[in-house]
Ligand binder design. Structure first.
Ligand SMILES: [Zn+2]
Ligand SMILES: [Zn+2]
Length: 460
């Protein structure tokens, strides 16, 4: 029987390493080429096991990228190097980030002929003879994030990527509910859905505008003439960075970017028209009370701006550090330890807690996933992107909403085969073995702070 085949290559029962294969007859496409890193050890990088993908040879027709986050895009140059003839499709913003990665890794010469096509959201793209693909705009925590809609002869699939619904957007991106309605009206065979926010049971999701207003309030409260102000957030969160720049200007300060990721990613955001403020790179320690520093290191990543600041910065002035980010699961201890060092040094810390709103997640809470399922009415529901609790809770939600066939994936390498009319059938094709590599790369932050602090900087 003719069916669509779906195989998670990585990204379930783990954080990071997103990669999902879709196959129809002898044509396959891979969605996302993520990686996994350890904030304890910046030389550690892991990638999905591509042995099955490699064996597809010319049957692999494309790699499609949903958005610019490392767990979806971090393995792109490695993938391109190993698969020189597989075209990459992504939105223009993601294309610019791929260009940045290629340049940062000195791969321009090697990858200059690799086919990378920018496909704007809402435009159809034929891939092979069986796939008709379209990027659909959603909200997330980085610009131009997309769901992928795929039409095939044996049914159609909506792959959500990472998404949330932003009720009060502060940036350009708008979730395209209208297009989703049209797709639903044609009948959706399978919905393959992000599970990250499924345990969030709020009924009134906060918006990026709520965060912006709160940040305004918090910084206004703490602002003093001689005080150093620092905000740390994710370097790809352009909407948040725009809000912080606006607040800085409102306080009469110049926003300055600190850290490799912040400087490089904001450069791409500026080039693509998403960052409003001109990008000003900080020089020296973060200790000028006329500036407003926007820094990397909200997860206490080794050698990030905040980590090095905690290790070495001398306290010369009253300083407020605001964490505008969630703590990524698994990093709690490390972030807490860094915050303890910063507090011991006498800095004021503001973080997201019951009394201070400094962040909102980029992933749909349960109430919005519910809305998506009810709108799309898929026959088959396959939760992805989460650990065991997330995947199971998302399957339960599918059951509760009477999706005919909710599927709990067992592990990576499992194939789920289905069509417009057939039941999904599961088969474990192979057992992936994660690929771990150690890079010797020394971070820009490290070089920057070493230069700024001189050779005699003391570590505490
Ligand atoms: Zn993700
Ligand atoms: Zn993401």
């Amino acid at each position: 029987m003719s069916r669509i085949h779906f195989i998670p290559v990585g990204g379930i029962y783990e954080f990071g390493n997103q990669g999902y294969l879709y196959g129809v007859d002898d044509e396959w496409i891979l969605v996302d080429a993520g990686s996994q890193f350890s904030s304890d050890d910046r030389t550690y990088h892991a990638y999905p096991d591509y042995s099955f993908v490699d064996a597809l040879g010319e049957k692999l027709k494309a790699l499609i990228i949903t958005h610019n986050h490392e767990d979806h895009l971090g393995g792109i140059t490695r993938f391109m190097t190993d698969h020189p003839h597989v075209p990459v499709y992504c939105t223009p913003f993601v294309e610019a980030h791929i260009g940045l990665k290629i340049a940062q890794q000195d791969l321009r010469l090697k990858l200059k002929r690799h086919p990378v096509s920018a496909v704007p959201q809402g435009q159809r793209q034929k891939i092979g003879t069986h796939f008709n693909m379209e990027f659909i705009a959603v909200n997330h925590s980085t610009p131009e994030s997309s769901m992928i809609y795929m039409e095939t002869p044996y049914g159609n699939v909506l792959h959500t990527g990472d998404w949330r619904y932003e009720r009060n957007p502060v940036g350009k991106d708008r979730m395209n509910w209208k297009r989703l309605e049209e797709i639903s009206a044609h009948g959706l065979t399978a919905l393959v859905a992000d599970s990250t926010g499924i345990l969030n049971d709020t009924t009134e999701p906060l918006s990026e505008l709520d965060v912006k207003k709160s940040l305004f309030h918090l910084f206004r409260q703490t602002d003093q003439k001689d005080k150093v102000l620092i905000a740390t957030t994710f370097s790809t969160h352009t909407d948040r960075i725009n809000s912080l720049c606006e607040i800085a200007r409102h306080l009469g300060r110049e926003p300055k970017f600190v850290g490799t990721g912040m400087q490089a990613n904001s450069g791409v955001s500026k080039k693509c028209g998403f960052l409003h403020e001109k990008r000003i790179v900080a020089d020296g320690w973060m200790n000028n009370p006329k500036s407003f520093y926007i820094a990397t290191g909200c997860q206490a990543e080794e050698n990030s701006a905040m980590d090095l600041f905690a290790q070495g910065a001398p306290l010369k002035r009253p300083t407020c550090i605001l964490f505008s980010a969630r703590v990524i699961p698994g990093e709690e201890e490390k972030v807490a330890a860094m915050k303890a060092v910063l507090r011991a040094k006498g800095y004021d810390l503001i973080e997201n807690d019951a009394t201070h709103l400094t962040h909102v997640s980029g992933h749909a809470p349960r109430v919005d996933t519910e809305r998506l399922i009810q709108l799309m009415k898929p026959r088959i529901y396959i939760p992805i992107h989460g650990n065991e609790d997330h995947l199971k809770a998302n399957v339960r939600l599918g059951r509760k909403l009477h999706v005919p066939c909710p599927v709990l994936l067992e592990k990576c390498g499992e194939q789920i085969s289905f069509s417009k009319t057939s039941e999904p059938v599961s088969e474990q094709l192979y057992t992936p073995v994660k690929v771990v590599v150690h890079s010797k790369e020394r971070s820009f932050e490290k070089r920057f702070f070493e230069k700024s602090a001189g050779k005699n900087r003391k570590r505490t």
